[in-house]
Write a protein of this length. Structure first.
Length: 167
């Protein structure tokens, strides 16, 4: 079944200049990238993205991690991958959440680490199921930023007041 999944190259992946390596590894899946952008992650976005972890003892550090304050690199690269079994294929290549338990040749096994404070720095995020993928893709992307109609859309009229356009 064709499906879509959200992939984030987290700030540690960017700081370590791993973008090319990660994209090359993900290209093994033969999936298509149907959206991609760099994002400055504000506090609200980080908390909404990881809201299911809100009771974790490392939650505050996790939010700093995703926002890039831990690595002094305040951005992430967000992408949507699409194709047959996309969610499972990307998760398999990503490897286990804990980089020490991840298959050594997986992306997290190759590049992740456990910091002294305890949060797993595992270089990328990948949605874990269809429901999570839909929630996350809709959180990170607007419909027109994705080159395929993957979810139903509706047209509304909005005020363009204050919107930035090219000067
Ligand atoms: P996932 O990224 O493999 O889906 P989740 O359980 O959704 O893993 O956790 C989100 C993120 O929180 C992980 O990618 C990792 O950065 C961090 N994390 C999860 N569990 C732990 C833990 O037990 N200790 C430290 N960090 C963790
Ligand atoms: Mg998860």
């Amino acid at each position: 079944m064709n499906q879509q999944t959200l992939v984030l190259i987290k700030p540690d992946g960017l700081v370590k200049s791993l973008t090319g390596n990660i994209l090359t590894r993900l290209s093994e899946t033969k999936l298509q990238i149907i959206a991609a952008k760099m994002v400055n992650v504000n506090y609200e976005l980080a908390v909404e993205h990881y809201k299911q972890m809100k009771d974790a003892p490392f939650f505050d550090e996790l939010i700093s991690y995703l926002q890039g304050t831990l690595h002094d690199r305040r951005k992430v690269m967000a992408m949507v991958y699409w194709g047959e079994d996309a969610i499972k294929k990307v998760r398999q290549l990503a490897g286990a959440t804990n980089p020490e338990e991840a298959e050594p040749t997986s992306i997290r096994g190759s590049y992740g680490r456990i910091t002294s404070k305890g949060v797993y720095e595992n270089v990328l995020h990948a949605s874990s199921d269809i429901t999570e993928a839909e929630r996350e893709i809709k959180l990170w992307f607007r419909p027109e930023e994705i080159i395929m109609d993957i979810y139903p859309v509706k047209k509304i009229t909005v005020s363009t007041l204050g919107q930035k356009v090219w000067a």
